[in-house]
Write a protein that binds this ligand. Structure first.
Ligand SMILES: C[S@@+](CC[C@H](N)C(=O)[O-])C[C@H]1O[C@@H](n2cnc3c(N)ncnc32)[C@H](O)[C@@H]1O
Length: 211
């Protein structure tokens, strides 16, 4: 199993994903508001794992340029349809990974990744690519499901769901592990917040600065 098979999973899931409602709308709005406050009008922004572009369409008008990317061409095709319906200057979508983008010359003031880091096969390697993609002092803003902090039944169900093609590749870690990996990739963690509306929040919102 590989990144190519992950792309296949997300391509197959893309239409269904586009129709699924946001599980915690108020929590999502808190994340958007907080992120908006961190971005500046002259910023160039890269979003990784952007899915169908919901967040990009909400944030892109706040900055000079916003490149929203995803491994899945199916997700990007839906994002393009949404952009065609509500065009925003400076917003572009592209099927790409952090690793591929890091070989290109563009560097960004902020890199965003929401509900994305737990899906990576080589989290330390991708964090190093994100570090490369940022301009000096740039911000890496993320919100990530830490499955190690969630109900163990979810972890137990995952292998069967994956075998049946009903779940993607997922990496299991706890919030302290994630913070340690982000720091080890060359970032100062400026804050770790919980934006969930209810229950125990196992999706830390992290703001980290490239050192
Ligand atoms: C759970 S969805 C989240 C989408 C969006 N960020 C959101 O919060 O709604 C995860 C997305 O990450 C993408 N993804 C998975 N692995 C990836 C990788 N290695 N590089 C880039 N995107 C990836 C998937 O295609 C999918 O669109």
């Amino acid at each position: 199993m590989s990144t190519a098979s992950d792309a296949g999973f997300w391509d197959r899931s893309s239409r269904k994903y586009a129709k699924s409602p946001i599980s915690d709308q108020a929590g999502y709005e808190r994340t958007l508001e907080r992120t908006r406050a961190l971005l500046k009008p002259d910023d160039t922004v890269l979003e990784l794992g952007c899915g169908t572009g919901t967040t990009a369409l909400r944030l892109a008008s706040e900055v000079t340029s916003y490149l929203a990317t995803d491994l899945s061409a199916g997700m990007i095709a839906i994002a393009e349809e949404k952009r065609a319906a509500s065009p925003i200057a400076g917003l572009a979508f592209r099927a790409a990974t952090a690793e591929a983008l890091a070989f290109e010359p563009a560097r960004f003031d902020a890199v965003l990744g929401f509900n994305y880091l737990h899906l990576l096969r080589d989290l330390p390697g991708t964090l190093r690519s994100i570090h490369t993609l940022l301009a000096p002092g740039g911000l890496f803003i993320s919100k990530t499901a830490c499955l190690g902090d969630m109900n163990p039944l979810i972890r137990l169900a995952l292998p069967m769901a994956r075998a049946l093609g009903k779940a993607p590749y997922v990496s299991v870690f706890r919030a302290p592990d994630l913070k340690q990996l982000v720091s080890a990739a060359g970032f100062d963690i400026l804050c770790a917040e919980g934006h969930a509306s209810r229950g125990r929040d196992a999706r830390p919102y992290l703001v980290a600065r490239k050192t």
